[in-house]
Design a protein around this ligand. Structure first.
Ligand SMILES: Nc1ncnc2c1ncn2[C@@H]1O[C@H](COP(=O)(O)OP(=O)(O)OP(=O)(O)O)[C@@H](O)[C@H]1O
Length: 353
């Protein structure tokens, strides 16, 4: 008898991603010689599961342990202790034991200090990814798997819609992201119900993070209040539809980004020492492309992407579409956008904080 359908589904999803990781490694010249002589344990690529101890990431760890053995991949795990709840260190050590019991090695628990920047959820996320990056670097991991599901994707899209975001934010989380495509999300097409069933079927204990149900957190309210109401009035397919929308937006956003790169090259003033852009050429672009060119130019001049909001870009855009001789626009990171002498220039005027 084969495995429970939910277990088969999580394993298939992880197997596909491991194949992708191995194919990517085979394409990089440095890895080819290693792959050809693979025999020693330490020569085998290491893939880590980022594991909080919740159902999604425990299902992920179990599937990774199972599939990695068959593909000659080393499987490890990292759990991050955000230090935000009493007993969090004990819980992190408990996750380490449970994941080791699944056969993963190496397994590390990393303590982090969560700051305040951007609110509690964003600060915890930043600290978590910094720790995961450091662990992947120090352990030499080829990839880090994350347990985000289709439900997480739907929540992300709904949050972006509520903020009035553009196509890039509405495209949600990517299946592959991070430095060198390090982060992989095998479960983006699976629902949370499947990961829970897979844990039950395999007798895996899971830990429910109380923050996930705490209405103080926006995402928890989306998960427990907004989405159930939408499903009640629009039908159970809402989660799948939102996740599908994310993919459609991603394709559109990628196409527009590519167009913007070409348009920026086209609008560059030849030989200008300040990388100036030609306002007349920018004016003739569709606004979705022009705004991307402006955003890119601001970031290249030193504006931090996370602090650059649509109102900044709209104001800068008026230097092109509503030109009446106005002064420079101040952008985050001490960058200014100035139109003068028939050129648009982005320049850092003060040292960044
Ligand atoms: N403390 C942590 N340590 C390591 N990885 C984490 C941690 N928290 C989250 N992750 C990773 O990020 C993914 C998404 O986490 P998030 O908290 O957004 O969703 P979740 O549905 O609560 O996930 P889970 O059920 O696995 O806890 C997790 O599946 C896991 O891979």
């Amino acid at each position: 008898m084969g495995p429970h359908p939910a277990v088969a589904a999580i394993r298939l999803a992880v197997r596909r991603v491991l194949h992708d990781v191995l194919n990517d490694l085979a394409r990089t010249p440095a890895a080819t010689s290693t792959t050809a002589t693979t025999c020693a344990l330490s020569d085998r690529p290491l893939v880590l599961a980022a594991c909080s101890g919740g159902a999604d990431s425990m299902a992920l760890a179990s599937a990774l342990a199972f599939e990695a053995r068959k593909l000659g991949v080393r499987a490890g795990a990292v759990t991050v202790d955000h230090g935000l709840q009493a007993g969090s260190t004990t819980r992190a050590l408990d996750v380490v034991h449970r994941v080791r019991d699944l056969g993963l090695d190496p397994v590390e628990a990393l303590g982090v200090t969560v700051g305040r920047q951007g609110g509690p959820e964003a600060a915890a996320r930043d600290a978590r990814y910094a720790a995961l990056d450091a662990a992947a670097d120090s352990l030499g991991a080829a990839a880090v798997l994350l347990g985000h599901t289709r439900d997480d994707q739907a929540e992300t899209v709904l949050l972006a819609l509520a903020r009035g975001s553009g196509t890039r934010s509405l495209s949600g989380m990517a299946a592959v992201s991070g430095p060198g495509g390090r982060y992989r999300r095998p479960f983006l097409l699976l629902d949370r119900e499947t990961t829970r069933k897979a844990c039950v079927a395999q007798g895996i204990d899971v830990w429910e993070d109380p923050h996930n149900a705490d209405p103080a957190y926006t995402r928890a309210r989306v998960r427990h209040e907004a989405l159930p109401v939408l499903e009640k009035s629009l039908g159970r397919g809402v989660v799948a539809s939102l996740a599908r929308t994310a993919q459609l937006f991603r394709d559109d956003a990628d196409a527009l980004d590519q167009w913007a790169v070409a348009a920026a090259r086209e609008a560059a003033v030849d030989g200008d020492p300040d990388d100036a852009l030609d306002p007349a050429k920018l004016f003739s672009l569709p606004s979705a492309v022009r705004r991307r060119v402006l955003r890119r130019a601001a970031i290249m001049a030193g504006s931090p992407a996370g602090s650059l909001f649509s109102r900044h870009i709209e104001e800068t855009d008026r230097l092109i579409t509503g030109w009446r001789g106005q002064g420079p626009i101040n952008l985050p990171g001490g960058v200014e956008a100035r139109r003068a002498n028939g050129k648009l220039v982005f320049r850092r005027t003060t040292a960044a904080e």
